[in-house]
Write a protein that binds this ligand. Structure first.
Ligand SMILES: NC(=O)C1=CN([C@@H]2O[C@H](COP(=O)(O)OP(=O)(O)OC[C@H]3O[C@@H](n4cnc5c(N)ncnc54)[C@H](OP(=O)(O)O)[C@@H]3O)[C@@H](O)[C@H]2O)C=CC1
Ligand SMILES: [Cu+2]
Length: 469
């Protein structure tokens, strides 16, 4: 039974191959969906139910029997019942002896019970082989076929033969089994569906905090300051001008934060003189959510592009342009063409466009459907080399945009530098450190460490290594 079912319609089995029978306990949402899918993929399905009558909701051709009758039909039983009702299975201890029970259950809260549901099931029915699987798949997605991002099925169990048979079913259904080891892994697997975007939490909180900070910083400079000094009402800037400072600043800072942990890790390795010691937990976690940080940064960069494109149609901009032209006409003076200003303006726009283009390319290559088609070296090349090039272009975009205004005292309201100057601190520092790290002698030392060389082979470091690994 190694064929993979991708069709919407039942596959007819090879006549030489006998249909394998799988029993499903429970005719609820997941039981029915799994039953349907297995029936489509050529399995013969027998349902166990408290009220065994055939309903139109069940796949035609499937049998519905009482729990004890159904259990006798197959040695693999998918228990699609909530944990709270497991107790009734103890009545079936005899008939379930030696069978493979697939626990698909989830809980409502993380660590709701002291032991995992699968371990609880194994304790209730000691003579059975319990395998945990399918709990991260939703009944709805299974039936509608909307399983693009969640084809992975985590599987764990103490009996390797039982686990293999369940993994074969998973494969036949067109899903990807991931062996997570023994049944003790069930607790973690049961917690997966309850964790909301674990890798996105840090990037989202961080970007929200940065947005709020830069927003209020700009409000002080661009709204409160003109009001205090000139009684000018500049509150309209809250809608477009200020967001269009917040978004690029946050995008640039976040992009730099994608590459900062790599540089910190390199410094740590150089300092310790070994790669065999673990990074602190915060650095590990930061490294793991770099992709998410990058994608959030790309989102902000995209908003910056949209907000910039609408500038010419803004009333304030059109008014200012008309006013300037009129003033020039009335005073009969025109401002001379400045080649340097033209150069500066064109260069920062060009740098921005190229930076954004590479940024989008980076985002696309990080998607699993694309990254799966390139090998590891290619992926690293794109994410690292292209990533740094993007960061250099975007940093240059902000630097050229600032131009000579960095030095003009009028840009420093209440001694506060413009937002993009603040946004440049982390990227510029990062790029300087990166350039130092690629100086040949330092780069050579780092490469040696990464190939396994250690500076001191004292017993202390060997001891450390053992405990750290
Ligand atoms: N729905 C989903 O998308 C997912 C569900 N799961 C897990 O699958 C299991 C089943 O979920 P789901 O199908 O949604 O639940 P349902 O409530 O739809 O179905 C549960 C089934 O359990 C059977 N059952 C047996 N004993 C009892 C009892 N005493 N009281 C009530 N029902 C009983 C019933 O079948 P009958 O009437 O035939 O006896 C019932 O239809 C759960 O453990 C859940 O955590 C996991 C991943 C996704
Ligand atoms: Cu810009």
């Amino acid at each position: 039974m190694e064929n993979t079912c991708t069709d919407e319609f039942p596959l007819t089995m090879n006549s030489s191959e006998k249909e394998e029978t799988v029993c499903v306990f429970g005719t609820g949402d997941l039981g029915r969906s799994l039953g349907f899918k297995m029936h489509q993929c050529g399995y013969s399905v027998v349902f166990g139910s408290r009220s065994p009558q055939m309903s139109s909701l069940l796949p035609s051709g499937a049998e519905v029997l009482s729990y004890s009758e159904a259990a006798q039909k197959s040695d693999i039983i998918i228990v699609a019942i909530h944990r709270e009702h497991y107790y009734f299975l103890t009545e079936l201890t005899k008939v379930l002896k030696g069978k493979i029970l697939v626990d698909v259950s989830n809980n409502l809260k993380i660590n709701q019970y002291p032991e995992s549901n699968a371990e609880y099931l194994a304790q209730l029915l000691p003579g059975t082989h319990v395998v945990k699987a399918f709990n991260t798949i939703s009944a709805w997605a299974l039936q509608s076929g909307a399983l693009d991002a969640s084809r992975q099925v985590f599987v764990c169990g103490n009996d390797s033969k039982a686990k293999q048979r369940v993994m074969n079913i998973v494969r036949t259904l067109g899903l990807t089994p991931l062996d997570q080891g023994s049944l003790t892994a069930a607790k973690e697997i049961e917690n997966y569906p309850l964790q909301l975007f674990p890798m996105w939490r840090f990037p989202l909180y961080l970007s929200a905090a940065l947005c709020i900070f830069v927003f209020f910083y700009c409000v002080i400079r661009d709204v409160i300051y003109p009001y205090v000094y000139g009684k000018k009402n500049e509150t309209f800037r809250l809608a477009i001008s200020i967001p269009n400072r917040v978004f690029p600043s946050v995008a640039l800072i976040l992009l730099a934060l994608v590459y900062l942990p790599g540089v910190l890790a390199a410094i740590l390795q150089l300092y310790r003189g070994t790669k065999y010691r673990r990074f602190p937990a915060w650095l590990d976690h930061w490294m793991l959510c770099r992709k998410q940080l990058g994608l959030v940064a790309l989102g902000f960069a995209f908003l910056h592009v949209l907000y910039t494109l609408v500038i010419p149609i803004r009333y304030f901009v059109r008014w200012r342009l008309k006013n300037m032209t009129l003033t020039q006409a009335m005073t009969n003076k025109d401002s001379p063409f400045s080649t340097s200003t033209a150069w500066r303006s064109d260069s920062y726009v060009a740098l921005g466009i190229l930076g954004f283009f590479l940024f989008v390319l980076l985002g696309i290559t990080s998607l699993p459907s694309v990254s799966n088609t390139v090998n590891w070296r290619e992926f690293r090349f794109v994410q690292s080399k292209l990533g740094y090039l993007t960061l250099i272009l975007c940093t240059a975009h902000a630097l050229v945009y600032g131009g000579q205004r960095f030095l003009s005292p009028s840009s420093y309201k209440w001694y506060l530098p413009p937002a993009h100057v603040l946004a440049l601190i982390i990227p510029c520092t990062l790029l300087v450190i990166k350039f130092i790290l690629i100086i040949p002698c330092i780069d050579k030392a780092l490469t040696r460490i990464r190939q396994g060389w250690e500076r001191s082979s004292k017993s202390a470091s060997a001891l450390n290594r053992k405990t750290d690994i």
